[in-house]
Design a protein around this ligand. Structure first.
Ligand code: NI
Length: 170
């Protein structure tokens, strides 16, 4: 397993739409393993493939951050097929470190996708789990949580993340 680099806000790759996975091969399995390791080491509760510079429709979610194997989801070609209710809560993103803002998300969602064996799975998620699935699936469409904020807030946050090269050296 290898930890991969997480792209940060301002990287144009994060705004691109990801392609559906055509077949679950060795590359996809390696990608998922690496994403789980990257997610746990970050540490975070959700990671989408475009955040590690792979434009494929793959997400990993783990509210337990490695504590509970049953809480770990790796979904291929995930889709939200049902949404219900509304919940406003602070949200963050591994690609936008140290920024937390209130975002409205459905209170409950039904997510469909494939597991690593290629079988279709349906997940009924509520509250935080619903939020994380919505957030990660947004990444697959090039959308970040800051896109839900007011233009003013968004531009202030974007300014913080300009010139990542200079920031790394500082
Ligand atoms: Ni994110």
């Amino acid at each position: 397993m290898a930890k991969r680099t997480i792209l940060k806000l301002g990287d144009p790759a994060l705004t691109m739409k990801s392609e559906p996975v055509a077949g679950i091969d060795a590359d996809i399995r390696t990608l998922v393993r690496d994403m789980i390791e990257t997610l746990h080491k970050a540490p975070g509760i959700g990671l989408a493939a475009p955040q590690v510079d792979v434009r494929k429709r793959v997400v990993t979610v783990d509210l337990s951050i490695g504590e509970d194997p049953d809480a770990l989801y790796a979904l291929i070609n995930p889709e939200i097929v049902q949404r219900e209710g509304k919940c406003i809560r602070e949200e963050g993103c591994l690609s936008v470190p140290e920024v937390y803002e209130k975002v409205a998300r459905p209170q409950k969602v039904v997510v469909k996708g494939l597991n690593l064996e290629g079988s279709e799975v349906t997940i009924e998620a509520e509250d935080m789990l619903a939020r994380v699935f919505c957030h990660e699936i947004d990444h697959l469409d090039g959308k970040l949580f800051v896109d839900y904020l007011s233009p003013l807030k968004r531009s202030l946050i974007r300014k913080k993340f300009k010139k990542p090269e200079a920031k790394k050296k500082a």
